[in-house]
Design a binder for this molecule. Structure first.
Ligand SMILES: NC(=O)c1ccc[n+]([C@@H]2O[C@H](COP(=O)([O-])OP(=O)(O)OC[C@H]3O[C@@H](n4cnc5c(N)ncnc54)[C@H](O)[C@@H]3O)[C@@H](O)[C@H]2O)c1
Length: 334
């Protein structure tokens, strides 16, 4: 298959492009390089530009008439920034995605796999959420994702558009050949902070929030190896029509996680086992907007795509650690 990957220069997009290639498919990358590094595109078919540039989209399709489907991953993704700059987030993630979808329908390319997020879910007492669980997006970023889910629903009802929505949990790690990974200079998320503390680039790792109603008081997440997440995209694209036929409606929403919740303290302990060193830890109150967290019920994706995550937490952490050591070589910064 030939697959248009918007945001294919980004962390998950570049990893998925590689997974597509390994499965014998051809990715076509469309990315503005707003944040993704040019290096991650490698020698793939590449169009540098904006998802809302209809003229460019027409050129992409006229030069690649055999595109079978689109993975729409391009987005602004920094939660704290979305609180400060809501206009940029709604414009880029919502308004521009609508231009993309409308143009794809007009070009006769109606299959869309959309990157959504577990940050949509409302707090659940059991921490486990399935696709029917209550939603309560806690930030402008998360709200842009929910809005796009509604847009896909309404456009599916009114046009030829067909969509599968993947709600990602917390991807970590790199691909098997360490081609790409987390590239922001100072990652704000928990694993990036942990790696920096372990490598002495930060004095200590700060656990933000120790009085949550979890088993040890710290926040809980479902960390999924990014390679497993990439393979879920390959499975979804290969079985796109079958899945929509089976379910009988569009969009089909699927959680993509491991099905295991891991607390921050457990993550630190696992990281210390994998890295063989100890990480200095400081405890602090929660940051504004921090969520207790959730883990995925993955029955639906297992049943519909016959996909489940294969890597252990330790393997995913090992991969993240190896990438952090290789990063300089690929990106030119630590
Ligand atoms: N990383 C996560 O933890 C996570 C979790 C849930 C969902 N997601 C979603 O997965 C997708 C990919 O995330 P990522 O972590 O790889 O992010 P990323 O920032 O690494 O990748 C996004 C890419 O989109 C490009 N881009 C942004 N706006 C664009 C535009 N208007 N036109 C063209 N290109 C544009 C950027 O240059 C970047 O390369 C996003 O939609 C994100 O919301 C990510």
């Amino acid at each position: 298959m030939k697959v248009l990957v918007t945001g294919g220069a980004g962390y998950i997009g570049s990893t998925t492009a590689f997974a597509l290639e390994r499965a014998g498919h051809v990715p076509v990358i469309l990315d503005s390089l707003l944040s993704g590094p040019r290096q991650f595109v490698r020698d793939r078919l590449f169009y540098e530009g904006d998802i809302a540039d209809r003229q460019l989209l027409r050129r992409v399709v006229s030069e690649n008439p055999d595109i079978d489907a689109t993975m729409h991953m391009a987005a602004r993704i920094v939660v704290a920034e979305s609180v400060e700059r809501p206009y940029d987030y709604y414009r880029d993630n919502v308004a521009k995605s609508m231009e993309l979808f409308d143009e794809l329908v007009q070009l006769g390319k109606p299959r869309v796999l959309f990157s959504s997020s577990a940050s949509l879910y409302a707090f659940s007492d059991s921490f486990e959420v399935d696709e029917t669980s209550a939603l309560d997006p806690g930030s402008p970023y998360a709200r842009t994702k929910l809005m796009m889910e509604y847009v896909l629903q309404d456009m599916s009802a009114a046009t030829d558009l067909r969509a599968v929505i993947l709600r990602y949990f917390n991807p970590i790690g790199s691909d098997p050949e360490l081609q790409s990974g987390v590239y922001v200079r100072e990652p704000s998320h928990v694993l990036g902070q942990l790696v920096m503390a372990a490598r002495g680039l930060k004095e200590a790792f700060v656990i933000t929030g120790t009085h949550y109603p979890t088993r040890d008081g710290t926040g809980l997440r479902d960390y999924i190896h990014v390679w497993d997440l990439a393979l879920a995209h390959v499975a979804a694209i290969e079985q796109f029509d079958t899945v929509l036929d089976k379910v009988g409606e569009s969009p089909v929403v699927l959680n993509v996680g491991t099905g295991q919740g891991v607390t921050v303290r457990e993550l630190v302990a696992a990281f210390e086992r994998v890295s063989g060193g100890s990480v200095p830890v400081i405890e602090a109150p929660p940051r504004a907007g921090d969520a207790v967290g959730a883990y995925a019920n993955v029955d639906r994706i297992q049943r519909l795509l016959d996909w489940s995550s294969r890597s252990s937490l330790e393997e995913a952490l090992q991969s993240a650690l190896k990438w952090s050591e290789k990063r300089w070589e690929v990106l030119g910064y630590d």
